[in-house]
Design a binder for this molecule. Sequence first.
Ligand code: HEM
Length: 498
Amino acid sequence: MWLLLPILLYSIVFLYVRHIYSHWRRKGIPSEPATLSWDFLCQAYRREFRHVEAICEAYHEGRDRLHGIYCFFRPVLLVRNVELARHVLQQANGHFMETKWDYVKGYRRFNLLEKLAPMFGTKRLQPMLLNTQDVANQMIHHLQQRELQGVVELDVQQLLRIYAVNIMGNLVYGLDVNNFEQQDHILNSFAENTAQHGNLQCFTLRGVPQKSTLTYRLLDIIQRNVEQREERGIIRKDMLQLLVKFRNGNDLGSDKWQVEHAIEEDKLMSIKRLAQVAEDLLQSALDSLASTITLTLYEIAQQPLIVEKLQAEIKELQSDGDGQLQLQLLEQLEGMKYMEMCVKETLRKYPPVPLIERTCRKSYTLPATKFTVGEGKTLMIPLLAIQRDEKYFSEPLKYKPLRFLHDKLKQSTQCPSAFVGFGIGGAQCVAQNFAKMVIKVALIKLLQHYDIEWNENAAAVVEVSHLPAPLITSPDGLRLKLKAREILAHSNYRKNSI
Ligand code: HEM
C-alpha cells in the first residue's frame, strides 16, 4: 500500500507533465520535443540556465512562421517572422494589452504609460539635457582623477552603470548624487549588482514578484522630494517634477514646470504609487542604458576607424575656446547621423530587451492562418534572434553601423523593418528619445576626451551573455584602456566606410 502511493503520485505528475509538453503537438503547431531534466532544473534554480540563448536556438531550428516552445510548464508561441511579429506588436484591437501600467482612479481606468508619454517629449527633454551633461562631466572628472600619465584602464561596464544610476538618481529621484565619489549612497547599490535588481520579464519566474529591500528607502526619498515641491513650490526641471505635476492633475504637454492645484483630495496618484513608477523607470533604464553604451565602446574599440569617424562628427559640434563642449540643443544630438547608426547597430546586435512577450487578453486569430491563440496564452517575439538573422541582416555578427545608412538599406536585400530595438506599436519604449540622449551624451564626452585602446589579450576572455537573463552583460566586466587625447582643431575625418 505505502509503495503504491509514491508510484501513483509519480504517475500523476508524469502524465500531467506529458500532457503539458504535448500542447503544441495537439494544436498542430511545429515544436521541438520538450524534456524536463534534473540538470535543467538545477540550472534554472541557480538562474544559470541560458534562456535567451535557448530561445534563439529554437528560433533557428524552427522552419515555420510559428514555433511552439515551453518555458518551464508554460507553452509559448515563438513568432519567427518579422511581418507577423510587427503585426502582433502593433495589434491595436486590444488583444494583447498589458495590465502592468493600468491605473484605476475612481471610476476611471487608464494606461499610466500613455499619460506619462509627454514626459519624454522634446520640450521636456531639452532642459534635462543640461543635467545629463553635468552627470557626464562628473564621469569625465572621475576618469581624469584616475589617469596615470594620461591613461586610465578600467572596467567600463561598471563605470557606465554608475553613470546610468547617477542619471536616474538626478532626473527621477531629484538628487544631485555623484556615485563616482559618494560610495555609500543608497542608489550605489544599484550600480553594484545587476542580478539582484533586474525586474524585467524573467523567463522562468514570470509573475513572481521580485523583492527589493530598497523600495522603502526609495519611497522615503520620493516622499521628501514630493513634499518639498508641492508645499514649498520648489521647481527642478526633471522627471520627478513631471510625475508630481501628473499627480496633481496638471497637463504634462504644456511648457510650465511649476506644480499647480496641489489639493490633497484631487490627487491622481498616491506618493506610494509615484514611488513605484519611479522605481519601475529606474529598473527599465539602468541596464539598457549601461549595456548600450558599454557594448558600443566594446565594438568600436575593435574598429579604430569608427572611433575616428565618431570623433570627427563630435568635432563638428560647437565647443568653446577651451574645447569644452556644451550641448545646447537636442537637435545637435539628432543631427549626429553616424553616431545614431552606431547606437542602432549596437541595439541590433545586443538588444537590451532580447525578448518581448504578449499575453492574449482576448482570443486572436493569426493573420493568414486558421490558428487562434486562446485567452491567457503567450506569444513571444525573439528580438535578439530576429535581429541576428542572416535573412534580415547580412553578416549579422559583424558590427557595421553603415548598414543603417538610408540609401544602402533601400538598395540592399536587408530588411530595415526587422530592427525593433525599442519595440513598436502602442507598447514601444516610451523613453526612447530620452535613452538616445543619455547614450549619445556619454559617448560624446568619452570620445571627445579619450581614445579607446583595445587589448587583444583581453578580447579572448570577454564574454557577452544574457546571464542573468534577460540582462545583457559581460560577466567579468569589460576592461578598456582610455587614453587622454588632445582636442584637435581640425578633423581627421576619413571617408572610408565601415
Ligand atoms: C537603449 C535603451 C532602451 C531600449 C533599447 C529599450 C527598449 C524597450 C523595449 C523593447 C521595450 C518593450 C516594448 C514592448 O513591450 O513592446 C521597452 C519598454 C519600456 N521602456 Fe525602454 N528601452 C530603453 C531605455 C529605457 C529607459 C531609459 C527608460 C526609462 C527612463 C525606459 C522605460 C521603459 C518603460 C517604462 C517600458 C515599459 C515597460 C513595461 O511595460 O514593463 N526604457 N523598452
